[in-house]
Design a protein around this ligand. Structure first.
Ligand SMILES: [Zn+2]
Length: 286
């Protein structure tokens, strides 16, 4: 299967009231684990790189080539969407150039009129090449790669104006946050999600999908969320499995220090996490 854009996949998800997972990659192991989960469950998947992860890995072109080559090497048969997560204007343009299938232009920190204007520009550039676009309205709380959001709830009228630009999916701030959720978190704002879902037929995106209880995610999906972003959960799973391996002294037994052995439990833990989330999201077989 070649890489594909997200248009039809997410339109069908919104109509069918299920979601497709969007998982962040950081390296080869992450990429293989996410793709293995998609192949095992036979479901479409979205792999995304943040600007920070792309910088860490060596740039957008390298990331796109890594995912593309890994899809080929692993004989992946399900649709895979290569996406830029939280891109600024320059990053979105660069990813359109190097051939990502989908880009997020995150203009939430700009004055709304400028967010709207720049989203229109990105939509025109991307759609000319068959690339999907995600925009953001309101903001996601917490911190991701230096982008700090106060967690502003999305305004319905602004959301409508952004949807009218022709974006293929729209990230909405509904009390969700990036990273680990604090103990006193208020939960998702379902009243606002209901208003957004009624007003807009564009597939809606829930960021900060790690740490939201399953019942809330399932309810949000029934109300119009079609793409759920998961990042932190995979990082925690990888770190926990790797720590257990080292704390058990396995790196000191035989060739246990070989990275192919040392990184294996963490890689499997990412795959298990992705498979579990695919089940939560109700993603049907491709
Ligand atoms: Zn996000």
């Amino acid at each position: 299967m070649v890489l594909t854009n997200g248009n039809e996949i997410f339109k069908k998800a919104r109509e069918g009231k299920y979601a497709v997972g969007a998982f962040n990659t950081n390296n080869l192991e992450w990429t293989r684990a996410i793709l293995a989960a998609a192949e095992k469950t036979q479901t479409p998947i979205l792999i995304q790189t943040s600007m920070g992860a792309a910088k860490y890995m060596g740039g957008y072109e390298l990331c796109k080539n890594l995912v593309e080559s890994t899809v080929k090497a692993m004989n992946i048969t399900v649709p895979v969407i290569m996406h830029l997560d939280h891109g600024n204007y320059e990053a979105a343009k660069e990813c359109i150039e190097v051939g990502y299938n989908s880009v997020m232009f995150d203009g939430h920190d700009l004055p709304f009129a400028e967010n709207l204007e720049k989203t229109k520009e990105i939509v025109a550039l991307a759609h000319a090449k068959g690339i999907s676009v995600e925009a953001e309205v309101g903001s996601i709380g917490g911190e991701e790669d230096g982008i700090v959001g106060a967690g502003e709830i999305a305004d319905v009228d602004e959301a409508k104006q952004l949807a009218d630009t022709g974006v293929d999916y729209l990230a909405v701030g509904i009390g969700n946050i990036h990273g680990v959720y604090p103990a006193n978190w208020q939960g998702l704002n379902f009243d606002r999600l209901q208003e957004l879902g009624d007003a807009i037929k564009t597939p809606l995106v829930l960021h900060g999908g790690s740490g939201i209880p399953k019942e809330q995610i399932v309810k949000a999906i029934s109300m119009g969320i079609s793409k759920v972003n998961v990042n932190t959960e995979c990082q925690l799973a990888f770190a926990k499995a790797t720590r257990e391996y080292i704390e058990a002294g396995k790196d000191l037994e035989g060739k246990g220090f070989d990275p192919r052995k040392l990184l294996a439990p963490g890689t499997q833990a990412i795959q298990d996490t992705v498979e579990e989330r695919i089940e939560w999201f109700g993603t049907p077989k491709a």
